[in-house]
Design a protein around this ligand. Structure first.
Ligand code: DX5
Ligand code: ZN
Length: 216
């Protein structure tokens, strides 16, 4: 299991240092939650801020766009150093145009599915993406409870990818910790986002190691 700490739970007065701390703690990806106060009822940060923290780690910057019009901002996030950009299948931008734009910039792309959205909504795009992110909480805030009833969506996606022979990573995001990460792994999750479970731990390195051990 790859572990992607969600920086949403970090101390933003020390954003760069927090990224460095997660890098040293053994994070595989840096998960950056971008919210616009419109697609979700919360506002975080955008590409100008991300650009300043990019140099604090060489790890994969996994940018989760919770914004209504991702297509308008793809160039900005690519310029700021995104390695993977995921955006919601429920957004207002044209999905194919947005995926094509990300690909044209040589960046990996993915689609995100909210809890109430059927996973089949992303099936038409599976041959164009590098990753699918299944939300296991309603997007907008860290620290919510994991929705175990989202795991059948992961299994269905895993089965569809196998059936079509596609190499697409499955990421899960929201409420993941030691008590449920094994169930995520068993359902077919490759990358687990963890905000609270890593940042609220006394020893983030031990927390990341434990999450990996549970799945190994
Ligand atoms: C929620 C974000 C998540 C969240 C994860 O909208 O996409 O990445 O911050 O945090 P925890 O692990 O605390 O649920
Ligand atoms: Zn996220």
């Amino acid at each position: 299991m790859l572990i992607a700490p969600s920086l949403l739970s970090c101390d933003f007065s020390r954003f760069g240092e927090e990224i460095k701390r997660m890098d040293k703690a053994g994070a595989d990806y840096m998960h950056l939650d971008v919210m616009d106060g419109h697609f979700v009822p919360n506002i975080t940060f955008g590409a100008p801020v991300m650009k300043y923290v990019r140099s604090f780690s060489d790890k994969t910057f996994d940018v989760h766009l919770m914004i209504s019009e991702p297509l308008r901002y793809i160039d900005d996030f690519c310029d700021a150093g995104a390695d993977v950009i995921t955006f919601h299948v429920e957004c207002d931008s044209d999905i194919n145009a947005t995926l094509d734009k990300i690909k044209s910039r040589g960046v990996k792309s993915g689609l995100v599915v909210k809890p109430k959205t059927p996973v089949e909504s992303v099936f038409p795009y599976l041959d164009k993406v590098d990753m699918i992110l299944i939300m296991t909480v309603e997007p907008g805030f860290g620290g919510q409870s994991f929705m175990a009833d989202m795991l059948p969506k992961v299994s269905a996606l895993r089965a569809e990818l196998s059936r079509r022979g596609l190499d697409v990573l499955i990421e899960a995001d929201g409420g993941i910790g030691a008590g449920n990460i094994k169930a995520c792994a068993d359902a077919g999750v490759d990358v687990a986002v963890a905000g609270t479970a890593v940042f609220k731990a006394d020893d983030p390195a031990a927390a990341i190691a434990q999450l990996k051990d549970i799945c190994a």
